[in-house]
Design a protein around this ligand. Structure first.
Ligand code: AMP
Ligand code: GLY
Length: 442
């Protein structure tokens, strides 16, 4: 039987998922739904449906029309809109959690209470509030720095951390003005952040190597938080600032979480802060990370659709095999991103440059990949939206070579985009290592 796969979402993460699906030995056709025409996905899919992926009626109508057998959901918004439940209800196998299970991402108060109630290790001290005034009173009375988090989804841009980005007085002003429905206030964690993405189904959990994303807009970790400016991973499962035991402690937390969730399926993304006391959970996401999917899927040697069909059959998931290569991903974003992005300007990427870089590094075991993100392909070219435009990924036997590949490949970028060139460079990595050494020595 040939599978008809429906992929939802039009970012760099979904281009990476589309590439993994297209490489599958499982006979299939790929359809995609996204609000923007991502040229990378358009090329890989047999049909591209330009629609809002959170529109439950539209998505189910398309699924019916194409007779979809499998759905893969990239972003969180369709999960919150109930798209997975609707597709599941019509007999499509959805490799993503139900709306209820996606609360681990969509409701940060629920997530913290769930961890606390189930004695899951790695939960910071926290308090949840329905009322902004009560949350502010607590911030004022709390002895120490805090992270204040709107309870619901904010596209990764709602959290403020005192003593880091702003003072307590500024955090309170932010909370007063933002007027979100409910808050989590928690202790400020100090350390280095990393992500582990796990494939989950039928109680079976398969983890991938750790990745470090860079949320701040500017080089040297300055400026406002973004959706993520780029990320790297090592040839092994750990990162240079992390011990094997620290990685294993993060995996124990993921295992305890999945066990307590019971029915979870899809990808569970753990965002951790590696502190002097080991990893703590910053947040969970109910999907692959963006950019992290672009680090992990290109080194995944296990067939993506074989994982999904094993999940559907109720089997334990296959063991995952990752090629022992480092990855460095760097995003090109519109000028002004994230506060005042210039949308509707022409994006040029010289794909020949990427091909040339590929050839140059081939003998060293290196490779350069291009992933299109939140851009819109029209008759006369590719245009920016208000989000990240495209990413390049270097793959190589070491982080240093992968970084050189990514930087060389970025010479393909035309005018009008901004890049954090420091991601994956030796001095940034050394700063992370020194930071953890200092914290552990205290
Ligand atoms: P989130 O949207 O929960 O991932 O938070 C966005 C960013 O805020 C994280 O990537 C961290 O850099 C930071 N953050 C969130 N919670 C904490 C915390 N408890 N302590 C320190 N930083 C945090
Ligand atoms: N890399 C951040 C996210 O996917 O939420």
């Amino acid at each position: 039987m040939s599978e008809t796969v429906l992929l939802l979402g039009g970012g760099g993460r979904e281009h990476a998922i589309a590439r993994a699906i297209a490489a599958s030995e499982v006979e299939h056709t790929l359809h995609a739904i996204a609000g923007n025409r991502n040229p990378g996905i358009v090329r890989l899919a047999s049909d591209f449906h330009e629609h809002d992926a959170t529109d439950v009626e539209r998505v189910t109508a398309i699924a019916e029309e194409i007779d979809a057998t499998i759905a893969v959901i990239g972003p969180e918004a369709p999960l919150e809109a109930g798209v997975s439940d609707a597709l599941d209800g019509m007999g499509v196998y959805v490799f993503a959690p139900s709306r209820a299970d996606a609360r681990i991402e969509t409701d940060k108060a629920w997530q913290r209470e769930f961890m606390h109630d189930n004695d899951i290790p790695g939960c910071p001290t926290f308090k949840t509030f329905d009322d902004t005034a009560d949350a502010i009173d607590f911030v004022e009375s709390y002895d120490g720095d805090v992270a204040v988090k709107p309870r619901g989804l904010t596209g990764g841009k709602g959290v403020r951390v005192t003593g880091d980005q702003l003072s307590k007085a500024e955090a309170i002003e932010y909370m007063t003005e933002a007027a979100y429905d409910g808050w989590v206030v928690e202790e400020r964690l100090i350390g280095e952040e990393f992500t582990v993405q796990a494939f989950v189904a039928n109680g079976s959990i398969r983890v991938s190597p750790a990745v470090q994303d860079h949320k701040r807009a500017f080089e040297g970790d300055e400026g406002p938080n973004t959706g993520g400016m780029g990320s790297y991973s090592a040839p092994e499962a750990t990162l240079p600032f992390m011990t094997d035991a620290e990685y294993d402690a993060a995996i124990d937390i993921i295992n305890a979480t999945v066990t307590a969730l019971d029915s979870y399926k899809g990808v569970l993304y753990g965002q951790f802060m590696l502190t002097a006391d080991g990893p703590k959970v910053v947040e969970y996401n109910a999907r692959f990370g963006d950019p992290e999917a672009m680090n992990t899927l290109p080194v995944l040697e296990t067939d993506f659709l074989e994982i999904v069909t094993a999940a559907r059959a109720g089997d334990t998931l296959p063991q995952l095999v990752f090629s022992p290569r480092a990855t460095v991903c760097k995003y090109a974003v519109p000028e002004g991103y994230p506060t005042d992005p210039t949308s509707g300007s022409l994006v040029t990427v010289d794909e020949q440059t990427i091909a040339t870089v590929n050839k140059r590094y081939r003998d060293d075991g290196g490779e350069a990949l291009l992933f299109y993100a939140s851009v819109d392909e029209r008759d006369d070219g590719i245009y920016t939206t208000t989000s990240r435009s495209f990413a390049v990924v270097g793959l190589a036997p070491s982080i240093a070579i992968a970084e050189s590949i990514a930087d060389d490949a970025l010479s393909a970028a035309g005018e009008g985009v901004r890049i954090r060139h420091d991601i994956g460079k030796a001095d940034l990595l050394q700063r992370r290592i020194d930071h953890m050494d200092q914290l552990r020595a205290r």
